[in-house]
Design a protein around this ligand. Sequence first.
Ligand SMILES: Cc1ncc(COP(=O)(O)O)c(C=O)c1O
Length: 378
Amino acid sequence: MTKRRGLSTTAIHHGCAEGDDIIPPIYQTAIFKHPNGKQIRGRDLKYSREDNPTVNLLERRMAALEGGEDCLAFSSGMAAISTLLLSLTGQGDTIVTSKEIYGASLILMRSLEKFGVRVKCVLNDKLESEIGGETKLVFLESITNPTLNVPDIKGIAEACRSKGVTLVIDNTFATPINFRPIEIGADFVIHSATKYLGGHNDAVAGVLIGPKEGISNAWEWRRNLGGNLDPFAAYLVIRGLKTLKLRVEEQNRKAQAIAEYLEQHPKVKKVHYPGLESSPHHKRAKELMSGFGGVVSFELEGQDSAMRFLGRVKLIKTAPSLGGAETLATHPVSSSHKNISPEERRELGITDGLVRVAVGLEDTEDLIADLEDALATS
Ligand SMILES: Cc1ncc(COP(=O)(O)O)c(C=O)c1O
């Protein structure tokens, strides 16, 4: 048996055959020539909406990084999620999910109700008790946005296994460097590869990892829905993956330092980061994960302070997304969570003064100096 290689070696080399070029070519083509006189079968190359060798290399690499049997790459994280949900659910099925997942994922699930799919949506803590006989799948995020909660993934995975329910985990915030959901019983793993996997804020992409049969079924849906990844974007994600471990480990360290700095700042009322010992999620995150991620949220006095803070940071830019080299900040109440009622935001712990910082790769001292200056007048 060949020894399983480390995550960086896998991210740099996995999936290349002997004799392949060191740097993979971008197959910038829509079409492939029929082999002379041969009948095209199954997934033989013919058309890039179905398969493309550059995209396929990314897929082999991501399957290995997450420890899954197979993978498909998509034109966005949402294309991966929508294709999987359509491939798995039908009339009369129930999806159990968390109120704490990415807003577009939740809206998408609710829009499946018109096809007769039921959606039960509860806080992370209640997920396990909602799993019943009629549940088809459970969908959760391993670290949630923007309050950085870590659900009881082991307990939920056991409940799913004992009831024959499919468990889907969006692992975007954790990355396979910090956490590999399949190892603790998830069936499918999803990423917005736009974030840490691509890692440079220059490509939109998604990946889905899972068992051969489920991926083969999702492949049929992908080719008919048309959400395959473009080969150039696949190349950018392949390039980004080579430094994934370096970047994520560095982002873990920077985020920890920033969370600790913020925790002692007199203007900061509360810091949300699973790496802090004060976090109610610290113990569970430590058991499950080898790092706590690059996103830190913190609460200022109110919306005015948060807006002043965002207006005053210089190095840190106000923009959505996470996982790139640039540190980005957002005010969830006026951006990602602006269409949610104040009551629901309260239930989710999203206060008017909450600021989310997606830590990039600048020097920690420069980031802290920028925070210090902005906080002084916020
Ligand atoms: C946790 C999570 N999942 C999925 C998505 C959707 O990914 P994409 O924007 O690549 O479609 C996002 C986007 O922000 C996200 O944060």
